[in-house]
Design a binder for this molecule. Structure first.
Ligand code: SF4
Length: 330
């Protein structure tokens, strides 16, 4: 009988122990659950953070430079780095960039460049074969009757003023430079009709002297790229010269002009098909729809003939056609 009351006590103890153990297990389980949940939440947060970081890293490279520039003004160092990257990308895009005037010697290049004012290189290239066949040297050209020369160059427009320049520069080459084109800027700019732009074209492409050629395309793109704010060709030249090493000047000029003629047009730039859009603060000035933009591409990028009748061997496009013969009157 004595044992009877003892039994429930032991049992009670055992039950209490069991209950405590259960509580401990439950606590452990809850703790484990909480830890797991916490861990999962932490892992999720880390993953989210990594993805965000990754996205943040990727986004600026893909996003148009305009948005980044709008957030933060660009430092001079960053602008120079971006400019040099644009040059490298353009070099990859146009490894065959070259002057788009046909010539075989410095005199032909000088004459062709003077003729290229206010007209296309194509029109000049279609005009010069006959011109150079008739007057291949400065002496021959200087001896031409003005009316005859006017007729020969008429297709290039402004033919009276251009005739005066050609006669003047041919006579100057004959009388002051022994019939040779001088290889110095200070001499070239003394020739009638020859300014810095023409002189730089001749120096860079016929004499291997580095030069920046600021024509309408180069000036427009230099402003769109944020390399300059000036509309003045000489100031643009000086601003760009401070960004790039001299050894790059001539090829940089060709690449930028190539891009201006093919993609970054004056009125409707093909932003949606532009390889350097992520580096360009003016992205969005033109067509951004890729499909529509692709239709705006010109010359070899648009599947059309180029400007030179005799392009260099590595040019991937088709040569330009010769001048169409005049239609006979019926
Ligand atoms: S086409 Fe558009 S994105 Fe490309 S260089 Fe010109 S303005 Fe910039």
């Amino acid at each position: 009988m004595n044992a009877t009351p003892e039994k429930p006590a032991v049992a009670k103890k055992a039950v209490t122990k069991k209950a405590t153990a259960k509580k401990a297990v439950t606590k452990k389980a809850v703790a484990k659950k909480t830890t797991t949940a916490k861990q999962a939440a932490a892992t999720k947060t880390t993953a989210k953070k990594t993805a965000t970081k990754k996205a943040a890293k990727t986004a600026p490279a893909k996003a148009p430079a305009k948005k980044a520039a709008a957030r933060k003004p660009e430092s001079r160092v960053a602008m120079v780095r971006r400019a040099r990257r644009i040059n490298r990308e353009l070099a990859e895009l146009y490894p065959y960039a070259h002057p788009e005037l046909d010539f075989t010697n410095p005199f032909e290049l000088l004459v062709a460049t003077v003729l290229s004012a206010q007209t296309t290189d194509l029109r000049v290239n279609q005009t010069t074969p006959h011109l150079f066949a008739v007057c291949p040297t400065p002496e021959d050209m200087a001896a031409m009757p003005p009316e005859k020369l006017e007729e020969l160059i008429r297709p290039t427009g402004f033919f009276r003023a251009k005739t005066r320049s050609l006669l003047g520069l041919s006579a100057a080459l004959r009388d002051r430079f022994g019939g040779e084109v001088p290889g110095r800027l200070e001499d070239l700019v003394t020739l009638p009709g020859v300014g810095r732009k023409t002189a730089n074209v001749v120096l860079g492409n016929a004499f291997g002297v580095p030069g920046i050629t600021v024509d309408t395309h180069f000036g427009r793109l230099a402003r769109r790229f944020g390399w300059t704010t000036s509309e003045d060709a000489e100031k643009v030249e000086a601003d760009v010269a401070e960004i790039f090493p001299k050894s790059e000047w001539t090829m940089l000029s060709h690449r930028v002009v190539f891009h201006g003629r093919r993609v970054c047009h004056s009125r409707k730039p093909a932003c949606g098909a532009c390889a350097i859009a992520p580096l360009c603060p003016s992205y969005g000035e033109g067509e951004t729809d890729p499909e529509k933009a692709r239709k705006l591409l010109k010359y070899e990028l648009g599947g059309q003939p180029g400007q030179r009748l005799k392009p260099p061997a590595d040019y991937p496009g088709q040569p330009a056609p010769p001048m169409a013969p005049p239609v006979a009157a019926s």
